[in-house]
Design a protein. Structure first.
Length: 307
C-alpha cells in the first residue's frame, strides 16, 4: 500500500464529485483556484500553484509535464480538473488554449524549443545555442511581465512607497540581489531606506524598529524563504504596511498584504532569470520618482571621495 507521503504515487484523498460548475474562461478558473486554494489537499495545492504561476504554458503542457513539475502522479491532474467541474484535463486545458491562442506567447514558443533541444540527443548544442536559449528565456519573462502587469496593483504599490515613513526591503538567496538593487534605487529619494540583510542571523534585530507608518517590501519566489516570511510576520505584528513581489497570488507571503506585484521569470535548464524582477523594481522606482517629482534624468553616480 503506497504511503501518502510519497509524492509520485496516487493519494487516498477526498475524490467526491465536485459541486463546482466549470468556469467558462481561464481567468475565471484562476480566480476560483485562488478562492478554493486553502481547502485543497496537499497534492492539489501543488497543482494549483503551478496553474497560477504557469498559466500561459498550460495550453502546450502535457499532463505528464505538469505531473513531473508538481511531483505528483498524473491521476492527480485529473482529480484537480474534476475538482473544478471539468470532465478531465483536456477540457480544462481547452480554456487556456482559447485564452492564449490569439495572444503573444513567448513562453510557449520557448518551452517548445527547449523540449526539442533536449529530445534531439543526436545533435550536441553549441555554447552559442545555450546562450541564446538563456537570452530567449529572459525575453519570455520580460514579455510576460508586460502582458500581465496589473496596473491597479502597481498604482497601489507606488502609493505605499510614496506614503511610507521608513522602507525596509528583504529578500533572501537569489532574491537578495533584487532587494539590494531596489534599495540602491530608493536611496535616491529622501526616504529612510533599510536593507534587511540578516547578517549574522540578525533578521529580528534589523526588523525591531518597524512601526505602523512604515513599509516592508518583501521579494520572494517559490519555495518562499522562511526568513522572508519571518520578517513579514514581524511587520504585520507591528501593523506596518507590506508590499510583496512574488510569483503567485497563492504565495504564503501574499496573504494580508497591502499590495502584491506578480512576476514570473523565464527559466533555462532549471535556472531562473532575474531580469523581469529587476525590470519591475526599476519601473517601480521610476514611477515613485515621477510621483515625488524627482529629476531622474539628472541623477548620476556621486563618488564623494574626490579631493
Amino acid at each position: 500500500m503506497p504511503s501518502p507521503d510519497q509524492p509520485n504515487s496516487p493519494e487516498t484523498e477526498d475524490t467526491l464529485p465536485s459541486s463546482i460548475s466549470a468556469p467558462d474562461t481561464a481567468d475565471a478558473l484562476l480566480k476560483l483556484i485562488t478562492a478554493e486554494y486553502e481547502g485543497l489537499p496537499r497534492q492539489l495545492k501543488r497543482i494549483a500553484t503551478y496553474m497560477s504561476q504557469q498559466s500561459d504554458r498550460i495550453m502546450v503542457d502535457r499532463i505528464s509535464d505538469i505531473a513531473r513539475e508538481c511531483e505528483v502522479h498524473p491521476s492527480a491532474i485529473v482529480r484537480f480538473s474534476q475538482r473544478f467541474g471539468f470532465s478531465g484535463f483536456s477540457e480544462m486545458q481547452a480554456l487556456f488554449r482559447e485564452a492564449y491562442t490569439h495572444k503573444a506567447t513567448p513562453v510557449q514558443n520557448y518551452q517548445q524549443r527547449i523540449r526539442s533541444m533536449i529530445a534531439n540527443k543526436s545533435q550536441k548544442a553549441s555554447g552559442g545555442d545555450l546562450a541564446r536559449e538563456c537570452v530567449n528565456a529572459t525575453l519570455s519573462g520580460l514579455e510576460r511581465l508586460a502582458l500581465e502587469l496589473d496596473d491597479d496593483a502597481f498604482e497601489r504599490a507606488v502609493d505605499l512607497v510614496v506614503n511610507a515613513d521608513n522602507i525596509y526591503v528583504v529578500g533572501v538567496r537569489r532574491s537578495f540581489a533584487v532587494a539590494d538593487y531596489l534599495v540602491y534605487n530608493l536611496q535616491h529619494t529622501n526616504k529612510r531606506i533599510h536593507l534587511i540583510s540578516g547578517l549574522g542571523g540578525s533578521y529580528r534585530e534589523q526588523m525591531r524598529s518597524v512601526r505602523a507608518n512604515d513599509l516592508v517590501i518583501a521579494i520572494s519566489f517559490t519555495p518562499y524563504g522562511k526568513e522572508t516570511q519571518h520578517c513579514l510576520r514581524i511587520a504585520q505584528h507591528h501593523q506596518a504596511k507590506t508590499l510583496i513581489i512574488t510569483d503567485s497570488n497563492l504565495s504564503p507571503l501574499a496573504k494580508r498584504a497591502n499590495a502584491v506585484l506578480l512576476v514570473n521569470e523565464g527559466s533555462s535548464f532549471a535556472f531562473r532569470s532575474l531580469s523581469a524582477t529587476l525590470c519591475l523594481c526599476q519601473a517601480l522606482f521610476i514611477a515613485v520618482a515621477y510621483r515625488l517629482e524627482l529629476k531622474v534624468d539628472e541623477m548620476s553616480e556621486q563618488v564623494g571621495f574626490e579631493d
